[in-house]
Write a protein of this length. Structure first.
Ligand code: HSE
Length: 459
């Protein structure tokens, strides 16, 4: 059987990892595909000894790889959205299948790229774009294909999870924990992508398109980062039995889809709350399978290469099975749409994405108040006026000499606009001596009714 020829653009951590894992496991991969997979052409300014030894063509011009007629599958690991977009467009125009690890590219330009690929009868595969070595794209598109998915909630940025774990276990400030993440090489070159939630929002947009059959809508993801997180809230949450996780949450409700990335208190007994350090985890709740949890390394050369090569194997099988078929093949129209998001199905889903004000969660509140008789009853009176129920309340006694107590409250589930109205009222109390810190709380028990938003109301 003639080998399947790969073009690989980019020899950073992921590109190198892909070359190395392919070399290491070439025999078993060939058995699984039914043909050998060879690196035929690499786009890079550098090379690797094993590529030189194998006489692999190296081009500084990535587009030369996309235009190389011997290449069956183009692997894009250069990152960014400008050259990467041109490269993927060119590969598609040349009738090549594409494998990409590029979440920003797909989240921001995926709708157009998937449409172009469908028109050309080729596929864009992107297992490596979300959660590194965890096969969550395959799980959503294949393993759970028979289900109606209600919830996807994930720790999908390892740097953020590492920072939160350091803050909890070592009592570090956010800045010190970020410095530790950078020292270990976890954070992106621009750490803002990690700590402000952009990286997680890119990944969530992709997961939501797969889970709900909606277009990629990165611009509609509500995103709140970790930079404002105070270590005392991490400690208070732990004392109350919660872990704070930076979650990406996509939830189906009767009124629309919630798409949000923010720090979240999660009960410690939830398995996802126990996923610490740089690890990723994704919880999916679906109607037939029930809840399933996927956990593993979200970044790094080998784990991401595992995801890239899973897609290469899938597409290579497709190339093998369609070779010699005049009506199909890599340029044919008979190619099954394995991982093309259902957003490109006909007709596309038109479920709206909800504004954050209409999203529903429970809330953790922390504020300081004068330690005087009657203050607590005025506070709880405001909750009652707002129609909001209190799940838990805790008062930290004032330190010696201080006239202020720290009050921590956890509300029952409410819409965000209701909570904002309550916070405004609380802040009007002269007994309050600090701002009100608010962090969303999710029990993730998957038992909430999707009809929760049926009576949606504007703020
Ligand atoms: N910077 C990302 C993370 C890895 O920390 O999870 C690549 O997506």
């Amino acid at each position: 059987m003639e080998p399947i020829k790969l073009g690989i653009c980019g020899l950073g951590t992921v590109g190198r990892g892909t070359v190395e894992v392919l070399e290491r496991n070439a025999a078993s991969i060939a058995r699984r595909v039914g043909a050998a997979i060879e690196v035929a052409h690499v786009g890079s300014r550098q090379s690797l000894p094993q590529l030189r030894a194998a006489g692999v063509q190296i081009s500084a011009d990535h587009l030369a790889v996309a235009r190389d007629p011997q290449v069956d599958i183009l692997v894009e690991t250069i990152g960014g959205t400008t050259l990467a977009r041109r490269l993927v467009e060119e590969a598609i125009a040349q009738g090549k299948h594409v494998v990409t690890a590029n979440k920003a590219l797909l989240a921001e330009h995926g709708n157009a790229l998937f449409a172009a690929a469908a028109a050309q009868g080729v596929q864009i595969a992107y297992e490596a774009a979300v959660a590194g070595g965890i096969p969550i794209v395959h799980a959503l598109s294949t393993g759970l294909a028979a289900n109606r998915i209600n919830l996807v909630a994930g720790i999908i940025n390892g740097t953020g999870n590492f920072i939160l774990t350091e803050m909890r276990d070592k009592g570090q400030t956010f800045a010190a924990a970020l410095a530790a993440a950078q020292a270990r090489g976890y954070a992106e070159a621009d750490p803002a992508f990690d700590i402000e939630g952009t990286d997680a929002a890119h990944k969530l947009a992709i997961l939501a398109a797969l889970a709900f059959g909606i277009p990629l809508q990165f611009d509609c993801v509500f995103t709140e980062g970790l930079t404002e997180l105070d270590p005392q809230d991490v400690q208070h949450a732990a004392a109350l039995g919660y872990a704070i996780k930076h979650l990406g949450i996509a939830r189906r409700t009767a009124a629309g889809i919630e798409l949000r990335v923010h720090p979240t208190l999660v009960p410690r007994e939830q398995p996802i709350a126990q996923v610490d350090g740089v690890m990723n985890a994704v919880l999916v709740n679906a109607d037939a399978s029930g809840p399933t949890l996927y956990c593993g390394a979200g970044a790094g050369g080998d784990p991401t290469a595992s995801a890239v090569l899973a897609d290469v194997v899938d597409l290579a099988r497709l190339v093998v099975s369609t070779r010699g078929d005049k009506n199909s093949g890599k340029n044919g129209k008979g190619v099954p749409a394995a991982r093309v998001p259902a957003c490109l199905s006909d007709p596309p889903a038109t479920v709206p994405v909800l504004n954050i004000a209409d999203c529903t969660t429970a809330f953790y509140l922390r504020f300081d108040a004068k330690d005087q008789a009657g203050v607590l009853s005025r506070i709880t009176g405001l909750f009652s006026d707002a129609g909001l129920s209190v799940e838990a309340i805790q008062q930290r006694e004032p330190t010696a000499g201080s006239q202020e107590a720290t009050i921590i409250m956890i509300t029952q589930r409410a819409r965000e606009w209701e909570l904002r109205r309550l916070v405004q009222a609380l802040q009007g109390l002269d007994a309050l001596t600090s701002r009100v810190v608010v962090i969303r709380v999710e029990d993730l028990n998957c038992a909430e009714s999707p009809d929760e938003h049926a009576q949606s109301e504007e703020a």
